[in-house]
Write a protein that binds this ligand. Structure first.
Ligand code: ATP
Length: 280
């Protein structure tokens, strides 16, 4: 269980259309990854077009890096393997070599495959100097060696997709192996509106719901913050209804959840604030 997930492409359940905003990021990933994985024959001639073997997604927390990774596997028709840097290093001290070898030999049998390494900084962060744990160092060296083995097999459709909120903590050797780096930014008002429309697509909303007002009222919110805000807002009619039932004003049989109002979201902001602050 050091691999947190192995999912075939038709079972991932997220595609690019489910991700609001990030249009440039999706376009870049399509060209770098989807196209070579779907049409490998177009990348096997000459020297200019080569399938990309390593991509880094970096940016503030909650901006959709994990979501992008999963959707990319769907779009590219690739199996999806997900591992998390911090669990690898904390749980598997000692077995580093064996596990890394197992991971890579397993992965190469699943090609086309995307290996998503979340928190890549904690697995492959800057070398920790004299105090670094011996097992972490071994794990890193082993990972790099296995990774180089894969990279040298031109024909194999295996992509390592790293994600981090802390790109400056990454080792130079890792940066070199992830030649394409894509910044996943916090959404501006217009992009928050796009995300909100996706998050609320299946909810019952008051008629003429003012998406633009909500987008303007959520400066600094990441996609993940917006999701949490929507969940908190959606609880308000539920709590109201339960309250009414408790008072005996409505019975369970004819309970009716009212549509969500802009004010539910404004009130919910007290519970869910933006996790990235500009105060620093
Ligand atoms: P972290 O850096 O904290 O791991 P992350 O960048 O990987 O975060 P995700 O885990 O992908 O972010 O996002 C968390 C959740 O927020 C998603 O499962 C999704 O519900 C929502 N979300 C984030 N960004 C978007 C977006 N652009 N469109 C729709 N939903 C989004």
């Amino acid at each position: 269980n050091f691999i947190s997930a192995v999912v075939p492409p038709n079972e991932i359940g997220v595609k690019f259309d489910d991700i609001g905003a990030l249009e440039d990021v999706k376009r870049t990933l399509d060209e770098l990854v989807t196209l070579p994985m779907r049409r490998p024959e177009l990348f096997s001639h000459g020297n200019l077009l080569r399938p990309c073997k390593g991509v880094l997604l970096f940016g503030p927390p909650g901006t959709g890096k994990t979501l992008l990774a999963k959707a990319l596997a769907t779009e590219a028709g690739a199996n999806f393997i997900s591992i998390t840097g911090s669990t690898l290093t904390s749980k598997w001290f000692g077995d580093a070599e064996k596990l890394t070898k197992a991971l890579f030999s397993f992965a190469s049998r699943l090609a086309p495959v995307i290996i998503f390494v979340d928190e890549v900084d904690s697995l492959l962060g800057a070398r920790g100097g004299a105090f670094e744990h011996e097992a972490t160092r071994r794990m890193r060296n082993e990972f790099m060696a296995a990774w180089d083995g894969l990279r040298s097999k031109e024909s194999q459709q295996i992509l390592i997709l790293g994600a981090t909120n802390r790109p400056f903590d990454l080792d130079d050797a890792v940066i070199r192996r992830l030649p394409r780096r894509i910044y996943v930014d916090l959404p501006d008002a217009q992009n928050r509106m796009k995300i909100l429309k996706i998050l609320l697509a299946k909810e019952k909303l008051e008629s003429d719901f003012k998406f633009d007002e909500l987008a303007n009222a959520t400066e600094g919110y990441s996609g993940s913050d917006l999701k949490n805000l929507c969940v908190a807002a959606a609880y308000r009619p539920v709590h109201e209804l339960l309250e009414e039932e408790k008072k005996g004003r409505v019975s369970n049989e004819n309970s009716y959840l009212r549509p969500l109002k802009l004010d539910d979201f404004i009130q919910a902001k007290a519970k869910v604030s933006s996790s990235v602050s500009y105060d620093a």
